[in-house]
Design a protein around this ligand. Structure first.
Ligand SMILES: C[S@@+](CC[C@H](N)C(=O)[O-])C[C@H]1O[C@@H](n2cnc3c(N)ncnc32)[C@H](O)[C@@H]1O
Length: 296
């Protein structure tokens, strides 16, 4: 099957290029609020966040930390609202997100990003469906928030549980998607019993992306192809359009190409365009009919 893929270099908080009710599935992983590697990007996207970090440096107030965290989620929520608009009735949104742990103002705590996103998406009108816990095999236990357990980590009560799972949140817009009886694209997209049993269980043990990828790709914190492929096969049928508003290195586009789906992706960092093209090029067979790049 020939498929079409569009990569838009732009900001997914506002996506006039995508028509209402035109997308069947969103698969994405946004920058994680309160994870340090994304601080600069959130601050660049929203001057209010930048000003709040400066205020925190000057005043060290607890309230400011809460405001920064909320402002980051308010920015992400603009993309979730746009996603709601562009999804078809019955369309699914899958969001890979990790909670964050961090010491700020001398206090170590968890920032439960998954819960904030659920709250925002419900307000927008999404229905929350049962979610997946992606257990990453590599994370080490922490002591007082400082990496690996030290010797004193054997003494209660001051050690912390390690966050070694990320969430794959699943939402639906409106009612169940409708198909004609025996719709060929739906039946042609069927999964096997073994795939169903593994994919529809709540805990996924999937190895993370290789750290041997180049520096530019590493800064996207890409999810593994396997995660994008499974979600695409679980929640869309061949010929559907898959949307990723935080495209990063282009994993979702690559998985769409490989699974006979069309795709639209947004990425705000234009330096990543070469990484995206390379990644799609790796998987581009004769099936990839058209790659359109907009906004460079
Ligand atoms: C966690 S990474 C996505 C990684 C991706 N799943 C992959 O496998 O490569 C998030 C990406 O979203 C981009 N981004 C952040 N805010 C954005 C926005 N408002 N619009 C479009 N892209 C954005 C970042 O530049 C970053 O590349």
């Amino acid at each position: 099957m020939q498929t079409r893929h569009k990569v838009i270099i732009g900001d997914s908080r506002h996506i006039p290029e995508v028509a209402d009710s035109s997308i069947h599935l969103m698969v994405t992983s946004p920058p994680y609020p309160m994870v340090q590697m994304w601080d600069r990007q959130f601050a660049e996207l929203d001057p209010k966040i930048s000003a709040l970090w400066q205020k925190l440096e000057q005043e060290s107030r607890e309230e400011t930390v809460t405001q920064i965290y909320s402002a980051m989620h308010e920015n992400l929520a603009k993309t979730w609202a746009e996603t709601f608009r562009v999804l078809v009735d019955g369309g699914i949104a899958c969001i890979n997100i990790g909670d964050a742990t961090r010491s700020l103002n001398g206090k170590f705590r968890v920032f439960p990003n998954h819960a904030r996103i659920i709250e925002h998406c419900e307000k927008i009108g999404f229905t929350t469906l049962p979610y997946i816990l992606w257990k990453k095999p590599t994370t080490k236990p922490t002591y007082k928030g400082k990496g690996a357990f030290l010797g004193s980590g054997f003494l209660p009560p001051n050690a912390y549980v390690t966050l070694d799972c990320e969430f794959i949140l699943i939402f639906r817009k409106g009612k169940l998607r409708q198909f004609q009886p025996h719709d060929p694209s739906r039946y042609g997209s069927a999964f096997t019993k073994q795939e169903r049993d593994e994919w529809f269980s709540q805990i996924w043990q999937v190895t993370g992306t290789r750290q041997t990828v180049d520096k530019l790709e590493r800064r996207t914190a890409a999810y593994p192809d396997e995660i994008a492929c499974r979600l695409i096969k679980m929640f869309s049928v061949e010929g559907d359009i898959v949307f990723d508003p935080f495209l990063g290195s282009g994993t979702t586009t690559k998985a769409s190409v490989e699974n006979n789906r069309n795709s639209v992706g947004y990425e705000s960092d234009k330096c990543l365009l070469e990484v995206i093209k390379k990644k799609i090029g790796c998987s581009a067979t004769k099936k990839l009919a058209e790659l359109q790049i907009v906004g460079t």
